[in-house]
Design a protein around this ligand. Structure first.
Ligand code: NAP
Length: 490
């Protein structure tokens, strides 16, 4: 699979510099004449020469029309402009250019002839920023039949559309040379694992300016997703969420896969509909995935089986493909207990106060109750605290009562609300609560590392635990499950 650097730097000299800097991470370079200061044969010549020096085998030449860019349609579609564009593109063709990109709906016999005489292959492209073209298979076939390389860059706007894109790519898998990429967050995995759509290359861009929505840099593509190492046989894992692009999980899991020498990749899937994702997962052969907000509950209806924790908590953060179907487990449970291990072993936790009654609180309360600890729940919405307490055999109390009780009776206080989490880090869920100094205070928020609540507890002399340990522990546990799943399928 080729990794192609689209040259997007503002100045032409910086473009040359970008090739030098990215050399070890790329196999090809795309010159977008529309993004060049000098749209001249000399400019193209200097890029070709630099690409050779950098060891990049292929150079793609394109001159994008305004309507084929993320900036959207332009009024400047008059014939004179178009003729100028074509003329510039034709004149820039020269030995050393491997491919020239001509839009599918444009005809240019002169450019075609000139390209042919220089041994330059023709890419015929469709850029659809509105969605996924329904006639994608027909377009791909007609371009391939005419000897061109089809390039479809489309913009799936939902999990349903990305599923449709992947299915249509399946219909044309016999067309070997093609480029098909989904832009934006829904299509992100088609860039980092381009073989899923049967694409012969993926585009990356250096620096601040992206050539298209969803692109990442060459170093990121290689260091996080190891694009050069993977291909059709690579086993797929990932994480589903909405949003999901901020997650650091791909950094962790991909590093562990590499350390263990496994041909597997962990991809972020932006998902707005769990059902469509499950169909996608079946279609492309996902063997396990992490689940994050807001899908931890919704994913349950698609599981064929689940462990007791998942059934009791009603939330699942890890899904594995077993031989007989999808199996759900919840590593948040063990992950949460991990930093408390020694305290639990010493029997030093008997009474706990849990602040919050949301999804994470369900896991926390269940985990503590499993350990035989008495739990009292307090939550902004009292009714939710009452319901959770009744379900888990815990007690509950009101906000005011909890603040007045302050400290003393509890060995452990667990903060599970989102109050104090980035970006609003100055929040405190129980501002009047006074710590005695003897309790352990555990805030499961991991960004920031220490919340205001936790800093207050520390100042009062409490032993404090932040959420990063839980995050790391649940991810490590998840990884061991993914590794088992890998071994089952390979
Ligand atoms: P959730 O289901 O949406 O629950 C949010 C909880 O926060 C509810 O109890 C809610 O109270 C309370 N809350 C929200 N805004 C509030 C406010 N302004 N004042 C008082 N209470 C407020 O969310 P979740 O999935 O449980 O996640 C909660 C936190 O846990 C997040 O910060 C998440 O990052 C963290 N977490 C960490 C880990 C880890 O590995 N460290 C794992 C999972 C979750 P109401 O019921 O009154 O709305």
């Amino acid at each position: 699979m080729l990794r192609c650097l689209t040259l997007t730097a503002e100045k032409d000299t910086e473009k040359i510099e970008d090739i030098r800097r990215s050399a070890e991470f790329i196999d090809a370079v795309e010159i977008r004449l529309d993004l060049c200061e000098a749209k001249t044969p000399e400019m193209v010549n200097s890029v070709v020469a630099e690409s050779r020096r950098a060891g990049c085998g292929s150079v793609i030449l394109s001159y994008r029309r305004p309507q084929d860019t993320a900036d959207g349609p332009s009024d400047e579609r008059d014939l004179r402009q178009e003729e100028l564009r074509r003329d510039t593109l034709r004149r820039a063709l020269q030995p050393g250019v491997s491919f020239v990109d001509l839009e599918y709906d444009a005809t240019d016999d002169e450019l075609r002839r000139r390209a042919e005489s220089l041994g330059i292959r023709l890419i015929r492209s469709v850029h659809d920023f509105t969605g996924v073209p329904e006639e994608l298979p027909e377009i791909v076939r007609s371009i391939a039949a005419a000897g061109g390389i089809p390039k479809i860059a489309c913009y799936p706007r939902s999990s349903g559309q990305v599923l449709q894109l992947v299915r249509m790519c399946g219909e044309v898998q016999d067309v070997e040379e093609k480029i098909i990429l989904g832009m934006g967050v829904f299509g992100f995995f088609t860039r980092t694992a381009p073989w899923i759509c049967g694409s012969m290359l993926t585009f990356v861009s250096a620096g601040e300016k992206l050539a298209a929505p969803g692109q990442i840099g060459p170093r990121e593509m290689e260091e996080i997703y190891e694009a050069s190492r993977h291909g059709k046989k690579t086993v797929l894992f990932g994480i589903i969420g909405n949003p999901v692009m901020h997650t650091r999980s791909p950094h962790l899991h991909n590093r562990w896969f590499t350390d263990d020498g496994l041909d597997a990749v962990y991809l972020p899937f932006h998902v707005d509909d769990a059902g469509s994702f499950m169909e996608l997962a079946e279609t492309i052969g996902v063997r396990g995935f992490s689940v994050t907000v807001p899908h931890k509950q919704r994913i349950m209806e698609y599981l064929d089986s689940a462990d007791e924790g998942v059934r009791r908590i009603g939330a699942c953060n890890t899904v594995l493909r077993q031989r007989d179907g999808w199996y759900g487990t919840n590593t948040d449970l063990e992950g949460f207990l991990e930093p408390l291990k020694s305290l639990l072993a010493e029997g030093r936790i008997r009474q706990a106060l849990v602040i919050g009654a949301g999804g994470a609180a369900r896991t926390v309360v269940y985990a503590l109750r499993q350990q035989g600890i008495e739990v009292t729940i307090v939550n902004r919405t009292a009714e939710k605290a009452r319901a959770l307490a009744a379900e888990m055999g815990a007690g509950c109390t009101g906000l005011e009562a909890a603040e007045n009780a302050s400290g003393a009776p509890f060995d452990l206080v667990v903060q599970t609300t989102s109050v104090g989490m980035e970006p609003v880090i100055e929040g405190d869920p129980l501002p009047q609560f006074r710590f005695s100094g003897s309790e352990t205070v555990y805030d499961i928020i991991y960004a920031p590392e220490k919340t205001r609540f936790l800093r207050r507890a520390e100042d009062a002399g409490c032993r404090v635990i932040g959420g990063r340990g839980m995050l790391q522990a649940q991810a490590e546990l998840q990884y061991t499950r993914f590794r088992d799943s890998y071994n089952l399928w390979v």
